[in-house]
Design a protein around this ligand. Structure first.
Ligand code: FES
Length: 108
């Protein structure tokens, strides 16, 4: 079953991503060719170029960031906000249906 996630680009354009359960948000976004999900380290929580802002997630769907992710978020290029996350660390679940993400204006 695919899960629809709404992604807003820095220019305000909204894209609909059909994500697959069990994959990471980064994997789904890259497979769909969405802009902004660079993922230079290949999803290993080591580069910060998959930074995104989670605007709205259905309650209980999003796990807390790990310490590793929180530390990596110190190195993202765009401002870090309370809702900053790394797309490579978000594993898609059915409960994320309708989640809303905004992309930062830069990853470097
Ligand atoms: S892809 Fe490098 S931190 Fe997510």
């Amino acid at each position: 079953m695919s899960i629809t996630i709404f992604v807003t680009q820095p220019n305000g354009a909204e894209e609909e991503l059909s994500a697959e359960e069990g994959q990471t948000l980064l994997e789904c976004a890259q497979a769909a060719g969405l802009d902004g999900f660079v993922g230079e380290c290949g999803g290993n929580c080591a580069c910060g170029t998959c930074h995104c802002y989670v605007e709205q997630a259905p309650q209980g769907s999003l796990l807390e960031a790990s310490n590793e992710e929180l530390q990596m978020l110190d190195f993202v290029a765009a401002p870090r906000e309370d809702n900053s996350r790394l797309a490579c660390q978000i594993r898609i679940t059915e409960e994320m249906q309708g989640m809303r993400i905004t992309m930062p204006d830069r990853q470097f």
